[in-house]
Design a protein around this ligand. Structure first.
Ligand code: CA
Length: 701
């Protein structure tokens, strides 16, 4: 008997699973405050636990929004993509910027209170697809939390911005990164990482908010099969993979959406694509595309222990980079006369999902864009997609022109749900993509690990073709009724990747555009009522707050955050990056400084002298490894150098010193000598020379 009791006692701490967490905050930002934010405060990145990005404030409304003006603005010290939504507590605005910096401003006057720079090594840029971005901070007790691009979770003192503690949360030496906002759950900071194209095994973990010590960790994909699985759910998942997928990591990173639901005590999160994209290139023998659990899925875990609760895979057999990492909204919907506690999700794959929050059971899945062709529809009972056989490009061996493409019908840019209109406002992209298998592909050492050859989809240097292709890439703001699964209204945009959404009780929806406008629409009908020219494209979602009885609306401006294509179009420097925090209120008359003149450039490349074989090799290398930063077909936007103008283009030795040896690694351009031979690197130069000459002939600058 005694031994049995002892054994039970020993088992108990194991059964409880998670480690002890420090006492929850009782001062400053508390759990209760986050559940019921004080009037006028914005305490979590999405405004509330349900991640609706809806504000009950209505002082600024559809009757007076035309009087909205610039109250104050703050120039940022990083001219890169800005993706964060500020938080407001006790009259102070807290916001993260590019390179994981954090700033605190007096929310009324805009006076800078403090600024924190985690000094992320610039070479870390090679480990991220989409710029040195950060999507926000968390507040709890007397601290501010930020995840840094190089994988640290840092706690700062809210008053001073001084570092209290800093913990490396990604595996030491890994290519993973952090771009997402941490979430607070009962004394813990919950965070994942990015990297599903960079030898990454996805996970989400909880850390003690006081000490930074890890409380629990949940892997989203199985690991090395020679080691014990970290839970039954991973034993089950391992059966859905084939070959040596674990050697390249498997992907499934949790790089954005994380929602804590106090009603179910579950944390819901979305997982990224399977890695590498091409299932036939995951290593080993017996290559076939299984479901690859739990990639491209919504997963729910117990908030206290991180134990698996349920999963729903939105994209089985992912080979299209269909991340499901977007924000998860929780709501009580009236469905067929019954109130149901649900989650709602609009992932890259183009379908809007409604699931039972407690069980993950499929309720509905309806397209929120037209023209989806990777699947012909969803099973009405299970939600499983009917995959188009032509979309299995590694099976057909042929390129597949897929819609949506890897940018997604909807990516991280936040949507919003208004309980007043019952609508969900989705920033939508219409961007097809060519997926072509690369039979010669092997895992590299640096940069993207995809297993496809994107160079076949390069846009030819022909004015009409280029114009046609660009015209086909568009965006929209879609107001979607989650109950009927239909579009209520839509505002079309001329380019994809427009900003995130804020909806308010003033019958307003706010959104910034890729072209550099901050707009307000009526929430019920989508009628544009107001706009403000912001000089640079907007990606971030706005927020709103009140001080001394006045309502303010704040948004970060700063184009970037996607492949370096200006304003979503193949035009160099169309949208400059002038990064700022803009704050508006009624009847304010602030002005921005005039836009600086853009330097006038002339394309002056050396003559093309390469061989067809060099050109073909260079095109493939450039497209699959360089274009992610330097732009499609060597046309860069404004974030990274446009190589057609590079001084090294006519200097093969300098080109080798930069690309092979890493001469500019301090600027973020790392050495590629482990991945490419000098001949291959020379071929990439020859390709860019060719492209520069083609564009010069077209009259481009
Ligand atoms: Ca991805």
């Amino acid at each position: 008997m005694r031994s049995k009791v002892l054994a039970l006692a020993l088992l108990l701490p194991l059964a409880a699973c998670g480690k002890q967490v420090s006492a929850p905050a009782t001062q400053g930002v508390t759990d209760a405050a986050m559940s019921q934010p004080p009037a006028g405060e914005w305490l979590t990145v999405a405004g509330d636990h349900n991640e609706t990005r809806y504000s009950p404030l209505d002082q600024v409304n559809d009757k007076n929004v035309s009087q909205l003006g610039l109250a104050w603005s703050a120039d940022l010290d990083t001219a890169r993509g800005q993706e964060a939504t500020p938080l407001m507590h006790d009259g102070v605005l807290y916001v993260s910027t590019a390179w994981s910096m954090v700033k605190a401003y007096d929310a009324k006057t805009g006076a800078l209170k403090w600024s924190y720079d985690p000094k992320v090594p610039r070479a870390k840029l090679v480990d991220v697809c989409c710029d040195a971005v950060n999507r926000g901070v968390a507040l709890y007790g007397d601290k501010v939390y930020v995840g840094t691009l190089d994988g640290r979770l840092v706690a700062l003192d809210q008053k001073t911005g001084k570092e209290v503690w800093s913990k490396l949360t990604i595996p030491e030496g890994s290519h993973q990164a952090i771009t997402g906002a941490p979430r607070i759950v009962k004394g813990m900071v919950v965070l994942g990482s990015a990297g599903s194209e960079y030898f990454s095994r996805g996970y989400i973990a909880a850390y003690d908010a006081q000490t930074g010590n890890q409380v629990w960790k949940f892997y989203t994909v199985p690991g090395d099969p020679s080691k014990p699985a970290e839970g039954k759910h991973l034993e089950a998942a391992a059966k859905t993979w084939s070959g040596d997928f674990w050697k390249t990591g498997g992907g499934g990173n949790v790089w954005d959406g994380i929602t804590y639901d106090p009603v179910t005590n579950l944390i819901y999160f979305g997982t990224a694509n399977a890695e590498p994209w091409n299932p036939a290139k995951r290593g080993g023998t017996n290559q076939k595309a299984g479901d690859s659990l739990y990639t491209a899925s919504i997963v729910a875990v117990n908030a206290d222990t991180g134990a698996y609760a349920w999963h729903f895979q939105e994209t089985p057999e992912d080979r299209w980079d269909f991340d499901s990492t977007q924000q998860v909204i929780v709501a009580d919907l009236d469905l067929n006369g019954t109130k149901q506690h649900v989650i709602m999700h609009a992932p890259k794959n183009g379908y809007f999902y409604t699931l039972d929050a407690k069980t993950g059971n499929f309720i509905s899945g309806k397209p929120f864009v037209q023209g989806i062709n990777w699947a012909s529809g969803l099973d009405p009972v299970t939600g499983a997609p009917k995959i188009n056989p032509e979309a299995r490009y590694e099976v057909t061996g042929k390129p597949f022109l897929g819609f949506p493409g890897a940018i997604g019908a909807h990516s991280w840019t936040p949507m919003s749900m208004s309980p007043k209109t019952g609508l969900v406002y989705i920033p939508v992209n219409n961007t097809p993509q060519v997926y072509a298998p690369d039979p010669d592909w092997k895992p590299g050492t640096t940069g993207f690990q995809l297993g496809i050859d994107a160079s076949g989809g390069n846009i030819p240097a022909d004015k009409a073709v280029r114009a046609g292709t660009m015209a086909a890439m568009t965006g929209a703001l879609v107001a979607f009724d989650p109950v009927t699964g239909t579009e209520k209204w839509k505002v079309p945009y001329t380019s994809p990747t427009n900003g995130g959404i804020l909806s308010t009780a003033g019958n307003l929806v706010f959104q910034g555009t890729a072209q550099g406008e901050f707009r307000a629409y009526t929430a019920d009908a989508g009628k544009q009522l107001w706009s403000f020219p912001t000089q640079s494209g907007i990606l971030a979602a706005p927020m709103t707050y009140t001080i001394d009885g006045e309502q303010y609306v704040a948004v970060l401006v700063g184009w970037g955050g996607v492949w370096d294509v200006s304003g979503g179009k193949l035009v160099s420097k169309m949208t400059p990056n002038i990064s700022r925090l803009l704050v508006f209120k009624l009847n304010a008359k602030g002005q921005l400084a005039p836009m600086p003149a853009m330097a006038d450039r002339v394309l002056d490349p050396p003559p093309f002298t390469g061989t067809p074989a060099q050109l073909a090799m260079g095109s493939k290398i450039y497209t699959n490894s360089c274009s992610v930063c330097h732009g499609n077909v060597a046309v860069a936007g404004s974030l990274n150098p446009d190589l057609r103008h590079s001084a090294a283009l006519g200097n093969p030795k300098l080109w080798q010193q930069i690309v092979h040896d890493g001469l500019l690694s301090q600027n973020g351009m790392v050495a590629w000598k482990d991945q490419f031979s000098p001949d291959q690197i020379e071929a990439a130069r020859i390709y860019v020379v060719k492209r520069a000459n083609e564009d010069k002939a077209l009259g481009d600058k």
